[in-house]
Design a protein. Structure first.
Length: 153
């Protein structure tokens, strides 16, 4: 048993990742912390966020560990594994610690939906900052921002 959270969307990275950087992400996704990283800072046992390549025609291609080419453009996605834990902490760690050290910025938005009612929202990323906004927070913001106009046809 466990708890499932599903994601829709992706995050664009500000530059191509090097082969070494891609290998680091694969190591983290396999539960291994490379020697050059402080394992006391990693949020959990395994990072499930993985890089994919965006091809010139817009299609996506999964990267493979040790691929000698650096992709034209990378996105960070969730593989939508059934049980993915510490996903929010890992995303904050990647953006605010690892990517920041590499000179990489992450941008975009992604929707999450957990098993429980109300466990949903949007993840916003810009620069090296990540913001998690629940659906309840979004609803309150819309009501405050729009007032009675929200209910007009």
């Amino acid at each position: 048993m466990g708890y499932s959270t599903y994601f829709n969307g992706s995050f664009k990275l500000s530059r191509k990742l090097t082969v070494s950087e891609i290998d680091t992400l694969f190591s983290l996704s396999e539960g291994e912390v490379p020697d050059d990283l402080d394992d006391t800072l990693t949020p959990g046992d395994q990072c499930h966020w993985i890089p994919i390549e965006v091809l010139e025609d817009g299609r996506h291609k999964h990267l493979e560990r040790g691929d000698p080419r650096s992709p034209l453009q990378c996105l960070l996605v969730s593989p939508n594994e059934e049980k993915m834990y510490d996903w929010d902490e890992w995303l904050s760690y990647l953006s605010g610690t690892l990517f920041k050290a590499w000179g990489v910025e992450m941008s975009g938005k992604m929707v999450w939906q957990g098993e429980d009612t109300g466990d949903s929202g949007v993840i916003f990323a810009k620069g090296n900052k990540v913001k998690f906004v629940s659906i309840d927070e979004l609803a309150r913001f819309m009501e405050d921002a729009c007032g009675d106009d929200l209910y007009e046809d």
